[in-house]
Ligand binder design. Structure first.
Ligand code: URP
Ligand code: ZN
Ligand code: ZN
Length: 460
C-alpha cells in the first residue's frame, strides 16, 4: 500500500521545498505533487517539516563498562532513538583482549539482532592488535564493517599505544576503512587521577579536573599527526574542546581528510554541572568531561563552518541508583557516560536552528546526511530521494517540548537536560516505510530494525 505525506515542507541537507512524499513498501517512490487514489493512506503534513530519518553514529547499548552494564539495551535504546526521530544507529562492538574482532561482532550481533526498533550497524573497537586482527580488518570491511575505533584513553582498559594507532590507521585506510578515535591522553589522566585521589579529592568535579582540555588537545594533535603520517582518513569522536577544534580546523585547512563529531552535551551543558548538590554531578560524568562556559560557542561555530561534520549522542546511559553511585566515594569509579539518543535531534533543532546558530539544512546534514555519507549508508539512508529507504521524520517546528526523565523512553533514572524547553517535536517517524512512532506513542515492533552492512569510506 502507498502512503502519501501531503503538503509538508521537505528539508534536505541542501534544499527546502513544498512537496508530497509518497512511500511504497520500504522505499520513497515519488516526491512532488500527487492526487489521492483509492486505497492510499494520506497523512496531512501542512505546517510540518519532513526530513530524512536521523542517524546516530555513536551509541553504546548493552555495553559492559566501569564494572556495570549500560542501562539501555538494544530494545530500549532503539525505541528511545525512534522517539527522538533517529531511524539508524551505529553502535560499538568492543574487542575483548585476546579475542578476535569477529568474536566481538558476533557478541554484539547477539545483543542486537531481533531486538531493534530501528536499523543498526556496528563500528569495531580494536583493543588488542596482532597479526590475526590485522588480517581481519580488510576482510571485515568487505563484509560491511568499514569503521574502526581506537582509544587513546582509559588506560589499562581500552587504551592503545601510538604504534597501534598508526598501524590500524594504515591497515584500515588502505582497505577503505575509517578509523575513529577517542582522543584524550590516558597517561595524563591516569597520573592526575591518582594524584587527586591521594589528596582525598574524590567528587564528580574532580572527574572533570582530572581530564583537563590539554589532555584532549594533546591527543587530537597526536592523532592528526599519526593520521597524516598514515595517509589515511580519520575521524575524531565526541570532540569537546575549543583548542582541539582549532587544531582540527588547521589540519583541514592543510587539506587533511580529518573529520569529527561533537555531541549535544558539549553544546548545552558546562562544567558548572559538576557542582550540583550532593552527588548529582555524577549525572554528567562522561569523557571527555563538560568544559568551561563559553567553550560551546566555538563548537557551534565549528558546526556552522563545517569543521565539525556530525552531531552524535554518545548515548551511554547509567542509572544514578546502583550504577553512578558506585563512585560515590571515588570519582574514578563512576561509570562514564550519559543518555542522549532520544534528545539529540530536538536539542540541535531548538538550540541550533531556532536560535539561528545553524540553518535548517545544516541541521539535517549534521544529524543525518553527513553521517550517512561518512559511514557508508548514503543514499540508502540520510537522503530524502526516490529510491532511498522511507526513513522519514514528520516534525512540528512550532510545538513546544520540555525534557523530563519521567516521560522519556530511555531506560534510565534521570535526564541530563531535565527541564530544558524548546520548540520542535518529531510527530511521526517512519522506518523503511513503517510508522514506528506516532504522536508520543511507539508504534513499531521489536525486531523491525535490521542490520545494515555498510560501504567502504568515501570522502565528504
Ligand atoms: O563517557 C563516555 N563517553 N562514555 C562512553 C564511552 C566513550 O568514551 O565513548
Ligand atoms: Zn569515548
Ligand atoms: Zn562513546
Amino acid at each position: 500500500m502507498k502512503t502519501i505525506i501531503k503538503n509538508g515542507t521537505v528539508v534536505t541537507a541542501s534544499d527546502i521545498y513544498q512537496a508530497d512524499v509518497v512511500i511504497e513498501d520500504e522505499k520513497i517512490v515519488a516526491i512532488g505533487s500527487t492526487d489521492k487514489r483509492e486505497g492510499e493512506n494520506v497523512i496531512d503534513a501542512s505546517g510540518k517539516l519532513i526530513f530524512p530519518g536521523a542517524i546516530d553514529v555513536h551509541t553504546h547499548l548493552d555495553m559492559p563498562f566501569g564494572g556495570t552494564v549500560t542501562a539501555d539495551d538494544f530494545t530500549t535504546g532503539t525505541i528511545a532513538a525512534a522517539a527522538g526521530g533517529t531511524t539508524t544507529i551505529i553502535d560499538y562492538a568492543l574487542q575483548t583482549p585476546g579475542h578476535s574482532l569477529a568474536e566481538a561482532l558476533q557478541n554484539w550481533h547477539e545483543k542486537a539482532d531481533g531486538k531493534c526498533a530501528v536499523d543498526y550497524g556496528f563500528h569495531v573497537a580494536v583493543t588488542d592488535l596482532n597479526d590475526a586482527v590485522m588480517a581481519e580488518i580488510p576482510e571485515l570491511i568487505g563484509r560491511g564493517y568499514p569503521s574502526y575505533k581506537v582509544f587513546m584513553a582509559y588506560k589499562g582498559v581500552f587504551q592503545v599505544d601510538d604504534s597501534t594507532l598508526l598501524t590500524v590507521l594504515r591497515q584500515a585506510g588502505a582497505a577503505g576503512g575509517l578509523v575513529l578515535v577517542h582522543a584524550e591522553n590516558g597517561d595524563i589522566i591516569d597520573l592526575l587521577t591518582r594524584e587527586m585521589l591521594a589528596r582525598g579529592e574524590t567528587t564528580p568535579l574532580h572527574h572533570a579536573l582530572s581530564r583537563p582540555p590539554q589532555a584532549e588537545e594533546e591527543a587530537v594533535n597526536r592523532y592528526i599527526t599519526l593520521a597524516a603520517l598514515s595517509g589515511s582518513p580519520a575521524y575524531i569522536v565526541h570532540l569537546s574542546d575549543a583548542t582541539a577544534l582549532g587544531r582540527l580546523a588547521e589540519a583541514r585547512l592543510q587539506g587533511l581528510p580529518i573529520y569529527a563529531e561533537t555531541c549535544p552535551q558539549y553544546l548545552f551543558l558546562d562544567i558548572e554541572r559538576y557542582n550540583e548538590p550532593g552527588f548529582n554531578g555524577a549525572k554528567y560524568v562522561m569523557s571527555p568531561p563538560l568544559r568551561e562556559p563559553g567553550n560551546e560557542e566555538y563548537l557551534w561555530n565549528g558546526l556552522d563552518s563545517g569543521n565539525l561534520q556530525v552531531v552524535a549522542s554518545d548515548h551511554c546511559s547509567f542509572n544514578m541508583k546502583g550504577q553512578k553511585e558506585l563512585g560515590r566515594d571515588d570519582f574514578s569509579k563512576i561509570p562514564n557516560g550519559a543518555p542522549g539518543v532520544e534528545t539529540r535531534v530536538q536539542l540541535l533543532f531548538a538550540g541550533g536552528v531556532m536560535e539561528n546558530r545553524i540553518s535548517v539544512n545544516k541541521f539535517v546534514d549534521l544529524v543525518s546526511t553527513a553521517p550517512a555519507k561518512l559511514f557508508g549508508l548514503y543514499p540508502r539512508k540520510g537522503a530524502l530521494a526516490i529510491g532511498s529507504d522511507a526513513d522519514l521524520v514528520v516534525f512540528d517546528p512550532d510545538a513546544d517540548f520540555t525534557i523530563s526523565a519521567e516521560k522519556q523512553f530511555q531506560n534510565v533514572d534521570y535526564n541530563p537536560y531535565e527541564g530544558f524547553k524548546g520548540k520542535g517535536v518529531p510527530l511521526k517517524v517512519f522506518s523503511r516505510g513503517k510508522l514506528i512512532f506516532d504522536d508520543g506513542r511507539y508504534t513499531g515492533s521489536k525486531g523491525h530494525g535490521c542490520f545494515l552492512p555498510r560501504k567502504p569510506f568515501s570522502a565528504l
